[in-house]
Design a protein around this ligand. Structure first.
Ligand SMILES: [Ca+2]
Length: 228
């Protein structure tokens, strides 16, 4: 289901970063969707760019890197032995109500990154409408770990993430970061936090899609942690 070329044509026609890009109708395959998340406690620590918050969390982005350093960091993340890619996902909404593995469905944010340009691309998840406001992506991972970092690969309309939550095995939500997303272009938002005392296998990413006009797309989300 390659939709990249269609999307590139679409972007060319609509102009880079302009809203209102008319998308192709996605195809449909199998579906998996975990239960939606309970609401978490109110967000705190509005600090952003890499200044650590009082709870020890911090947000950085690979957008600050250039050339060789950027390429090496992308490779390091993709092959991080402590990293896992999601195996299932659900979302507050999807473009054209995409289900299963259709283009722009929540499941397009599972697996390793597969968008290689900063463009509107059906291999990433996006929302039903462009700038409605609060939206979320809920991801499930194969192995529960003591987590220390979440890496969100943003592939279009970057910079709209406002909160990251992780869930313990009883389903309890824990906000590990809330703030201003420093990500631009095709890059990772890298949220670090003190290693959780409990194991987690689920991550929820919340966006305020009105903050960055146009489609906000997430290619993949990596959970970093260990057994101990
Ligand atoms: Ca993807």
């Amino acid at each position: 289901m390659k939709t990249g070329s269609k999307s590139i044509i679409c972007v060319a026609a609509c102009g880079l970063l302009l809203a209102g890009c008319k998308k192709e109708t996605p195809n449909t395959m199998s579906a998996t969707a975990p239960a939606s998340a309970a609401n978490a406690p109110a967000a705190t620590s509005p600090s952003a760019t890499p200044a650590p918050a009082t709870d020890g969390s911090s947000a950085d982005t690979t957008a600050k890197l250039a050339g060789t350093q950027w390429a090496m960091k992308q490779d390091e993340i993709k092959n991080d032995p402590k990293g896992q890619w999601a195996i299932a996902a659900s979302a507050s909404s999807t473009y054209q109500d995409a289900q299963g593995n259709s283009s722009w469905s929540a499941n397009q944010a599972t697996g390793a990154p597969n968008v290689d340009k900063y463009v509107d691309d059906g291999h990433a998840w996006t929302t039903k409408t462009q700038d409605a406001g609060i939206e979320w992506l809920d991801l499930k991972y194969p192995r529960a770990v003591h987590a220390e970092e979440v890496r969100v690969r943003e592939s279009f309309g970057s910079g709209a993430v406002i909160k990251i939550e992780v869930f313990d095995e009883q389903g309890g939500a824990h906000t590990v970061w809330a703030g201003n997303d420093p990500t631009t272009d095709l890059n990772y938002l890298m949220v670090k936090f003190p290693k959780t005392t409990f194991k987690i296998d689920r991550v929820k990413v919340t966006l305020a899609t009105n903050v960055v006009p146009g489609w906000n797309e997430i290619d993949a989300v990596q959970l970093v942690g260990s057994d101990q």
